[in-house]
Structure formats: C-alpha cells, structure tokens
Design a protein around this ligand. Structure first.
Ligand code: F6R
Length: 263
C-alpha cells in the first residue's frame, strides 16, 4: 500500500483523527487479547492528541493491563544516563504529565509497561520489541530537518539507504538545528538547558511497526514534507523512509503546513 496522505483543517482536527486511529488500534489489539505495543512520540505536535486519547480510553473503560508503551526517545545527560524525569525537557516527564497522569487508575495501566530506550543498553530495547513481535502502532512527529525520533539526517555519502534503514536504537549527538529548535520551543531560548545527547529508537524498530501515523502541524514542517512528497527515500530525510512502509499515514494540518493538492 502506498503512503497515505490525509489533509485535515487544523491542529485539533489532526489531533482528533490521530487519537481515533491510535484508539482503534489499541481497541482491536486488546479485544483480541494480545499485548499491545504502542510507540509514542513527544513534542508540541502530540499535546492535544494525548489529552484526547486519555479521554477516549477513560470513557471506554478498557482494561489496559496488556498495553505497553514504548517512547521513541529521551535526553541523555553528560553522565550517560537519562536526564531526570523532572528535567524540564524530559520526555519521561512529558508522557507522565500529558498522558499517563490523565488515565483513570482503574484502567490498570501497569507502570512497568512504560518503556524507554535505555542509553546504557539500547540494544536491549530492540531485542525486546522484536521478541514481542514488533510495535503494533507507532506515532511520529517530524523534525524541521526531517528527523524521526532522534534519527537525524545523514549525508548519502556517509551511509547507504539500506544501512540507514537498519540503524539500531542508540545514543546520538543532536544536531545544532535540533538543539536550537528545542531551546526555542521548550526551553525559552536557553541553549544551556538542552542536553547534547539523546537515546533514540532506531530506524529499524520504527520501520518494523505494523502501522505508522506521522503528524505535522507547523509551518517549518512544510519543507521536509514537500521533499518527502517527491518520493525519494534518502538518509538525508529520515521521514522519507515511510514511503516504502506497507501501512503508513501522514496526517497534516492544512492551515499551518499548507501542501498543494495531490502526492
Ligand atoms: C519526539 C521526537 C521528535 C519529534 C519532532 C517534532 O519524541 O522523537 O522526532 O516528534 O522533533 O517535534 P515537535 O512536535 O515538538 O515539533
């Protein structure tokens, strides 16, 4: 199946549709009495989605004891460990605040089922995901430079298309653009607050997800999406790897991203 493009009016319409897609995937999997592996992204794109998804799950009252979440990434401090969950940029703190704290306790979400790649042994995450049969549903945002997770663009001269697709979960240095963007959007412009490293799920685990939904809602994401629409898979645009995925959808907010009609 080709990559699906879904144009919606604005941020709230994007968040509503994405929450419905995630909810349907969770419902189907749990109904079949299988563990559900839900891949989570963080960032400004996802804020309303998590509120809506928590509301939908609370409203339906599912038993979530079989739900596992796997976050894409977390910042890593100079000591090689996750930054503390109360660091202002921590993604562990983000999902707790924006999603898990909103879930009704009686749904039975098991705190031990909240997974993040571990910078001290990132390969363990890939092995565990593989042993569980892969991620069932992966939510993605897209960096202004086209990154997914913290898989940052690499020049074609440095890595082949295939080798980039096979990248494992690992600790990465962040690009200046990402540090700058995150400083502006989440640290009031203070570069010193943005850690220089992160641990990210690798391209391989992300691309092996059975379903991927990527969301875009900022004007700066127009350029990477326009390049993606040209249909060429390249390590210089990590998001372009969705082109060959069997079940991937890009939902974009037309009022901000404003792509022309048609792929
Ligand atoms: C976050 C992540 C990143 C973001 C991307 C967009 O877990 O992995 O790839 O999805 O940087 O971030 P926002 O939504 O803040 O524009």
């Amino acid at each position: 199946m080709a990559l699906n493009w879904v144009r919606v009016e604005n941020y709230e319409a994007m968040s509503r549709l994405a929450a419905e897609r995630a909810f349907d995937a969770i419902e189907q999997r749990l109904r079949e009495n299988h563990p559900m592996l839900l891949g989570l992204a963080t960032g400004n794109t996802m804020l309303s989605l998590y509120k809506r998804l928590a509301g939908m799950l609370n409203g339906r009252g599912f038993d979530l004891s079989q739900l596992h979440t796997v976050n894409l990434d977390e910042y890593v401090g100079a000591n090689g460990q996750w930054v503390s969950a109360d660091h202002p940029l921590s993604y562990r703190g983000y999902v707790q605040k924006n999603f898990f704290s909103r879930l009704d306790l009686k749904l039975g979400m098991n705190r031990e089922h909240i997974h993040f790649p571990d910078p001290t042994r990132p390969a363990a995450m890939d092995e565990w995901i593989r042993s569980m049969g892969g991620l069932d549903f992966q939510l993605l945002g897209i960096g202004f430079n086209g990154h997914i997770g913290f898989n940052e663009p690499m020049p074609e001269a440095a890595i082949s298309v295939e080798a980039f697709a096979a990248l494992p979960s690992r600790v990465v240095g962040l690009t200046e653009l990402t540090i700058d963007t995150n400083a502006r959007l989440t640290a009031a412009g203070d570069h010193s607050k943005v850690p220089r490293q992160a641990v990210t799920l690798g391209m391989e685990a992300i691309l092996a997800a059975k379903e991927i939904v990527l969301l875009a809602c900022f004007p700066q994401q127009r350029q990477p999406l326009c390049r993606l629409r040209q249909g060429r898979v390249t390590p210089e645009l990590p998001g372009s790897y969705l082109i060959n995925h069997p079940n991937a959808t890009i939902i974009y907010a037309d009022d901000q991203v404003g792509l022309e009609e048609g792929p």
